[in-house]
Design a protein around this ligand. Structure first.
Ligand code: BGC
Length: 561
């Protein structure tokens, strides 16, 4: 156990003082996907994958980038049936990543650099390698061991049909049958994802107590918050009714009972000093239902998937920004702005297509893509997402302008979506390829030596390494570093105030605080800049005489209102 304090702590301040504002209201949070971030120097990378030693060796990079916190995808022991979202032990570290001792050192070192740590907690399901599940399989139907999961007899005279019609998110039925005590076919268990990810029964007191204890375990080690995986799926219809799209209440998505779980979690978080945060992966079509998770005493923030899936279109972005700010203001929660993550196509690729709307990665692989245009738009999108009121997320590699790797060989693909969809859905591997750090050839400094990375890197990333981009003031990395410096230095970015300014239909223009104006030109012609005193940041050079080129964003200091 350790009692870490941040080198850049949220100052204790009088109520009403901006310094009293909790850090998570306007933090920039960087998402680290450990397998693909960096391998530690001098250590052989297990199967070309990253590890905690790699993260520790690159903490200075994150501090120099200027992020306030890091969210780690699951770092727990896992058979990796779903890249770590099949957790075998919630209180330990995946052996190929390192040890608990290293994790504690990492937390302390990050705190010394002023970087907070957010872990991913996966409460909907565990791994079939978890001791509880092994015990459940060995125990009889109706036993307390089985009650921690969702076991049911099958339908039909022989019980050989799944208990209901629910489908796995990755394709196929959400139920798998297990042998009975004498080896004969027995009960079925529920898994909303792969069969290796059995769902927990949140009606069971052991499950609730276990996760509360897991939160305390990591809070005691100085962790500053949790991203809650699949946060809306925990509560299931006890009757296990068939899913009926016309029925009012969904049998497992966003059921009212789930809120009690998060109220209990919030009181645990609030029992610790230093503004610990709970962030929900709440992916729902209904804004009102989404913001229920942000009611007082529940989660502090949720991911903004409407923004993430929005096409590169001014009217649609304006509508999403307005709806987000209105709904979040009503519950006094900060909005979040996310352009990509480990589950979706990289935004450079999406923005480079004729249809820039969001799609699950893999469905439209190989569509004609203009990466120069996509990169140009991604630069403008960075200045948009980093200038809106609330928290901004950066998925590792976004700051380098990495694109989706669409031409992985079939045998290299590892995402369970690929196999479970009968190889119809290429899956999420293309956004999970290890980062390029230095040098001219793969593995681009990701590992010592020449060993290939677990997903092969394209040799065309030679110009996108951290080393190459650090030397180029016009690179995506230089833009992110600069924009984050400006964001931290300008008080206008850490207040809630936001007001649209008049602008042509295909242009977004708004004021932040008293004296900053943001303009993003999504049209195909230059647009005149408003009167300003100084250009604070621009995603492309502004045209002499004062107009903003197409697909360009700018931050201006304007005269105080
Ligand atoms: C995570 C995915 C994961 C799934 C199952 C998601 O929301 O972000 O990567 O496959 O949950 O845990």
């Amino acid at each position: 156990m350790s009692d870490h304090t941040l080198a850049r702590p949220a100052a204790a301040a009088a109520p009403g003082d901006p310094a009293a504002r909790p850090w998570w209201r306007d933090a920039v949070i960087y998402q680290v996907y450990v397998r693909s971030f960096a391998a530690g120097p001098g250590q052989p990378a297990v199967a070309g994958a990253g590890n905690l030693a790699g993260v520790r060796s690159r903490l200075r990079y994150l501090a120099d980038l200027g992020v306030d916190a890091v969210w780690f995808n699951p770092w727990y022991p896992s058979p990796m049936a779903d890249a770590g979202y099949d957790v075998a032990d919630y209180r330990a570290i995946e052996p190929s990543f390192g040890t608990l001792d290293e994790a504690e050192k990492l937390i302390a070192e990050a705190h010394e650099l002023g970087i907070r740590i957010i872990l991913d907690v996966v409460p909907n399901h565990g791994s079939d390698a978890q001791p509880w599940f092994t015990a459940a399989l060995a125990a009889a139907p109706g036993s307390p061991e089985r009650d921690r999961f969702i076991f049911r007899p099958g339908r039909g005279p022989d019980g050989d049909r799944p208990p209901n019609n629910w489908e796995s998110e990755f394709g196929g039925p959400a139920w798998t049958r297990v042998p009975g005590p004498g080896g004969e076919p027995g009960e079925w268990y529920l898994h909303l994802f792969t069969p290796e990810q059995p769902d927990f029964n949140w009606g069971n007191a052991d499950v609730r107590a276990e996760f509360e204890d897991v939160l305390r375990f990591w809070f005691d080690r100085g962790v500053d918050g949790f991203r809650i995986d699949s946060a809306v799926l925990l509560a299931k219809d006890p009757a296990m009714a068939d899913f009926d799209p016309d029925a009012g209440v969904h049998p497992f998505v966003d059921r009212d009972e789930v809120h009690a779980v998060y109220r209990a979690w919030r009181s645990i978080a609030d029992g610790y000093p230093g503004d610990r945060v709970l962030i929900g992966e709440v992916w729902l079509p209904d804004v009102e239902r989404t913001t229920r998770y942000l009611h007082p005493g529940e989660l502090q923030t949720v991911f903004n998937f409407d923004f993430l899936r929005c096409p590169w279109d001014a009217a649609e972005l304006r509508q999403v920004i307005e709806a987000t700010l209105a709904s979040h203001t009503r519950v006094d929660a900060p909005a979040t702005w996310v352009l990509s993550n480990h589950d979706v196509i990289r935004n450079v690729t999406r923005y480079g297509r004729a249809d820039t709307s969001f799609d699950r990665p893999g469905y439209r692989i190989g569509e004609p893509t203009d990466l120069v245009l996509g990169t140009r738009r991604a630069r403008a999108a960075a200045l948009l997402s980093l200038s809106l009121p609330g928290t901004a997320y950066i998925y590792q590699g976004e700051e380098l302008g990495l694109w989706e790797v669409e031409d992985l060989a079939d045998e290299d693909r590892q995402d369970p979506m690929w196999q479970r969809s009968g190889r119809q859905h290429l899956g999420r591997d293309g956004c999970r390829v290890p980062l390029p750090w230095s040098g001219r050839r793969p593995p681009f400094g990701f590992t010592d030596g020449e060993a290939p990375t677990w997903l092969p890197q394209p040799s065309s990333w030679a110009g996108l390494t951290v080393e190459a981009e650090s030397a180029d003031p016009a690179s995506m990395l230089s833009l992110y570093r600069y924009a984050l410096q400006v964001r931290h230095a300008q008080p206008a970015f850490t207040v809630d105030s936001f007001a649209w300014r008049p602008a042509p239909a295909e242009v977004l223009c708004f004021r932040r605080g008293a004296d900053v104006t943001v303009m993003i030109n999504l049209s195909d012609r230059p647009v005149e800049l408003p009167t300003h005193e100084e250009i604070l940041a621009a995603s492309q050079p502004v045209i002499r005489g004062g107009s903003l080129p197409p697909d360009t964003g700018v931050w201006l200091r304007t005269r105080p209102r």
